[in-house]
Design a protein around this ligand. Structure first.
Ligand code: AHM
Ligand code: MG
Length: 329
């Protein structure tokens, strides 16, 4: 007899059955994200074939070059999730303000934040890219959602995850009941469970991941944190595409760092679209997150596009980095 395959749809429904009070709305959101991921994956795979690669000639809200595929991914996610009545508001790294649900559609009980296509400066080099997502419960009183629903600390996330568009496309998510990874089987167009109950290996491989070209811009404490890892025989791996660097860290162990530096005193990566969702995933997988001083999940966000220094990986390595930063600034 053929082995039963577990599709992402089946997995999400089975998780939902554990909560008799669940309405199914939450499952629908995850399934809609999976559909958007398949569409984005297909376009990324064809990027070398069609004239979609290249700069769209505008700057995004962070002043960075927006690539056409970023815009495409942003639209795909909006179109997949605007009409279902499950969300009350959305926010995207590519868009300055909260994205309301169109008036013609009903509003639901959840807010979605996402980075539609991270690492897009690597598109032309065929390097892995990613989508990152974070889901919060609606807390505002009005019928339609708003900023209040989006500016919630990471520990209140009800689900988070990412899609990595690599040599295969994988979707990894958590709802607080373990971290589960699915690989897209292109011939049937389904995400199949390939990595159930993921845990960061501990002790993992001795790998640190950081843009070390910025060494001279770092604080003494950050320099010391990396010097110590080198003295300890660690290897350096840095792709420069967050989801790819994070995915490797989750699978192999080690530590990913995007620290504060003299040019970017608050770091580069965004708290709500990048740091908090990956912090939830690594925490659920037995690892830890930090901004150099404390858990990413405890930070109370002040603004939608807030940046944060970011450390993700094995708990003891995060603690070591925090100790070096604390001792030497
Ligand atoms: P992006 O949102 O413009 O794609 O930038 C985010 C990327 C991350 O994927 C990666 O971790 C980081 O920027 C790399 O930055 P740097 O080139 O400074 O090392
Ligand atoms: Mg990004």
């Amino acid at each position: 007899m053929a082995e039963p395959v577990i599709t992402i749809g089946r997995h999400i429904i089975e998780q939902e059955r554990r909560y008799p009070e669940a309405t199914g709305a939450f499952s629908d959101i995850l399934l809609d994200i999976a559909i958007a991921a398949k569409i984005i994956s297909r376009e990324i795979n064809r990027a070398g074939l069609v004239d979609i690669v290249g700069s769209a000639g505008k700057l995004n809200v962070h002043g960075e070059d927006v690539r056409k595929l970023d815009e495409f991914a942003d639209e795909v996610i909006f179109n997949a999730l605007d009409h279902s009545g499950n969300l009350c508001v959305m926010a995207s790294e590519e868009v300055e303000d909260p994205i309301p649900i169109p008036e013609k559609f009903p509003c639901g009980n959840y807010a979605l934040l996402h980075d539609p296509l991270d690492g897009s400066s690597n598109i032309e080099a065929n390097v892995s890219l990613g989508t990152i997502f974070s889901i919060h419960r609606k807390i505002s009183k009005g019928e339609r959602g708003g900023t209040e629903d989006l500016l919630q600390p990471g520990h209140r996330q009800v689900a988070a995850g990412y899609v990595v568009y690599g040599s295969s496309t994988m979707l990894v998510y958590t709802t607080g009941a373990g971290v589960h990874g699915f690989t897209l089987e292109p011939s049937i167009g389904e995400f199949l469970l390939s990595h159930p109950s993921m845990k960061i290996p501990d002790p993992g491989k001795k790998i640190y991941s950081v843009n070390e070209a910025y060494y001279k811009r770092w604080s003494l404490g950050q320099q010391k944190a990396v010097d110590e890892l080198k003295d300890d025989g660690f290897s350096l791996r840095y792709i420069g595409s967050l989801v790819a660097d994070f995915h490797r860290t989750l699978l192999y162990g080690g530590v990913f760092m995007y620290p504060a530096d003299s040019t970017n005193p608050r770091g580069k990566l965004r708290l709500l679209y990048e740091a908090a969702p990956l912090a939830m995933v690594i925490g659920e997988a037995g690892g830890a997150s930090s901004d150099g001083h404390g858990s990413i999940l405890e930070i109370e966000p002040q603004e939608l596009h807030q940046r944060t220094p970011l450390y993700l990986g094995n708990r003891h390595l995060i603690e070591r980095a925090e100790a070096a930063i604390k001792a030497d600034g």
